[in-house]
Design a protein around this ligand. Sequence first.
Ligand code: URA
Length: 277
Amino acid sequence: MTQLDKKSLLEWYIEAGVDEATADAPVNYFATAPSLRGDVIDEAIQQAPKALDRVAALATTSPSTSTLHHSPAAAGAAARELADACQTLEALEAAVRAFDGCAIKKTANKTVFSDGNPKARVMIIGEAPGGQEDIKGIPFCGPSGLLLDRMLAAIGLDRTSVYISNTVFWRPPGNRQPSIEETGICLPFVEKHIALVAPALLILSGGTATNTLLKKDQSISRLRGKFYDYSNGYLPAPIPTTLMYHPSYLLRSPLQKRLAWADLLMIKKHLNDKGIL
Ligand code: URA
């Protein structure tokens, strides 16, 4: 392979979102090339129609699994069916881990479900796992997590007094923002997650969590500094909810930390006034 080939291969990887090597040991895919002989390829081509027949047969006999990949709506409906059936956090976690309907799971290393105390009275929902989270399987364990921990500590909170999750459970390739389809597919799980934790205060971190759950299209700058009632079909009553700038935005725009500090003080006052902590 020439230097130019290597460079364009790397550029193609980056464009496709492959921006880091995450396995423990390198895999030499060139070592497998000799097995791709012409006769092997011919056999694979001959087998393909049979494989397609098997998929078609499965689609008619098992609608809840086979429709997953046909459309985001079908995947969302399957997620809803699963979420409806989960009566405990353990069941929900198992259902999310087993769920194959969200395409970003295929490129992720780990399912990132939650961290913190499931009995906490404060629940924080972020956007999506990033690189570190994808390696460790823990939400907010990278640079933005460090800032989140410092923000929480400033008002006397830590991971024993909060519970943390995200709007999607897998890292989008290249750390891009999850698409509306991806957040839509995961939404039933997120809604059930909130209902099973039943926090006294829900905090949405960043625009993706805010738009997905509060279904408001305005910017965080317009929405911040207030409390909202959050409801979903699993909740017996609305949950007081507020939002704050995402820590990774604050890392990029440190001047906004002033406003984030005001929001943290508002949260602390609410927790004290309502006797939540
Ligand atoms: N950003 C998020 O929104 N969530 C994480 O878990 C990590 C970074």
